[in-house]
Design a binder for this molecule. Sequence first.
Ligand code: ADP
Ligand code: MG
Length: 659
Amino acid sequence: MEKISVAVRFRPSVASDSICERQWRIDDNRISLHRPLGTPISGVSFAFDHVFDHTSTNNAVYDLLIKSLIRAAVDGFNGTAFAYGQTSSGKTFTMNGSEEDAGIIPLAVKDVFRTAHMTADREFLIRVSYMEIYNEEINDLLTLGNQKLPIHESLERGVYVAGLREEIVNSAEQVLELLKLGEANRHFGETNMNARSSRSHTIFRMVIESSAKDLISSDNISDADAIRVSVLNLVDLAGSERIAKTGAGGVRLKEGKHINKSLMVLGNVINKLSENGKQRGHIPYRDSKLTRILQSALGGNAKTSVICTVAPEEVHIEETRGTLQFASRAKRVTNCAQVNEILTDAALLKRQKLEIEELRRKLQGSHSEVLEQVILKQRNDMHKSELECEKLAMELEEERKSREALERCIAEQQRKIDSRSIATPSEDQATSSAKQNVGLKSICNEVSMSRSDVFQTPNLKQMSNGFVVQRSIFSKELDSSPVPENFANVADEDLWMRLNKGCITDLDMLQMTPNVKCQSFSLSEISHDVCLEEDANARRCHRSENECIFDRQQLEVSKEQCSMLEQECNRLREEKTSLIQDLSMSKKDVEILNSEKEDLLKELNMEKQRMKDLKEEIRLFSMAFTQREGLLTSLYTKSKAMVENLKASQVAIPEVYDC
Ligand code: ADP
Ligand code: MG
């Protein structure tokens, strides 16, 4: 945001009498009204950015107020300078100047071309137009009869005067010629040029387009590819005096009303813009053609300078005061200027290309790589967890097998213990029976009769449940279990009876069961053997019980391990499932990204094709342009020669007459 730059300029006095009641005094950049004795009149004191006294030159005004504006316009900022003041205060003198003292417009024109030439890295295309607003009608000053032009507005061009001639220019001299032409057209049909000029606003406009010189040849993509377009308005306003002062009637009265209307609207716009931002409300740009055309220069996208010209004479004190008040309000207006960039098709293409490249980089680079890495990591993790899962499953299986083996072993031990506890008396009983060995012998004698009967018919027939195991009581302990062929030695009858009863016999148990020797024993041998056997059994039983306890403990431990392994296995399974889900989602993402990538590549190819076409078009256009330029130059040379000839012939005629 920057404030409008405002200056006040006094023209030299034309009053003959030096005695006056009040006069303006300038102190640096302050103007105040004083009485003859030098006492200031309160409330009539103004300060501005610059104040120029009657000795100032147009050059000085240009250097301090306008130069920076022109440089900015060449750099792409919109710029507007306008002269405001009553008739004959020196507006036209300031804007156009004189032979000796060139005004702001010619100085600006020269400066634009000078600056453009100095800007080596850019190419410029400059167009000029010159218009007049008279009685709220826009007339083209460069084309005679091109009058009452309408104002249009479009998105691309903003507010513009339709049908206004715009001349492409390439030198300051060419522009100055056109300005002369405009002045000449302004004279047309008017007997009193000054009378008209004080009632019309003139707007001299330069449109400065520039682009980086390497736009077409270079493949480098940069923001410099955009085209900058700035509009420079140099405005000479109509006189701001009161209508009563013109003392006009008829046509002049009508003119005055229009002048007052547009200047009044300009004043309103300035007033509104100078108000605090929040209270501003609607700005009435549309109320006059002048404010509509200068819209961007007033509180918009432009750098603006106002030069208020004032007449120092006492007779003009009220007008001067009014002008100074207007200038004070204008000083409070802020604009927001920025470089105007337009993207040409080529620049747009390059920018799009840049964006596509960026997208592509993102796609190929960070994003997809990261995704691929994530997928790879997930795959690895999944593989690891699968392996771990398999390992655990194997361990679990082994654990199960060992547990089963242990259980079987325990069951066997248990069975052994049970069978022993049934078949043999308790340890105490065994000891006591050993002690009563002698007594036993007598008992054995008693039993021998009945035993002989037992050995005729195996007594174990009566103990169906004890069956094979109980046989071992009567057999000697073997070093190894009998091989299955020894079934013949196992009590065939018993087996046969058990099978006939439908009992399922554990063959493993049978194999481990010591065989029974069917032989006869003497009673003493039997009793002695029984005692020894009972001791051995008691010891075995004790050992088996210990083993059993140990096995049970081991079983408990392995059970715990087993449950832990199962839990671990479940956890890994869950992990695997979630990893699979993640993987499938990532795969989908990759698919989407790939399709996006493909689309972008297609787009890129299309854009490349478009760029090629555009380059071709530009090449053809440049060729055509060069041809036409050559033609025009030769035409211009020819016509110049013709004009010279004509001039020569016109000079020659009087000589003929003289003769
Ligand atoms: P305006 O355009 O405001 O109606 P002009 O520029 O036509 O006024 O000035 C009126 C007269 O005053 C002209 O003859 C002009 O040469 C003269 N004049 C104005 N300003 C100056 C100045 N600063 N120095 C010398 N003469 C000036
Ligand atoms: Mg004038």
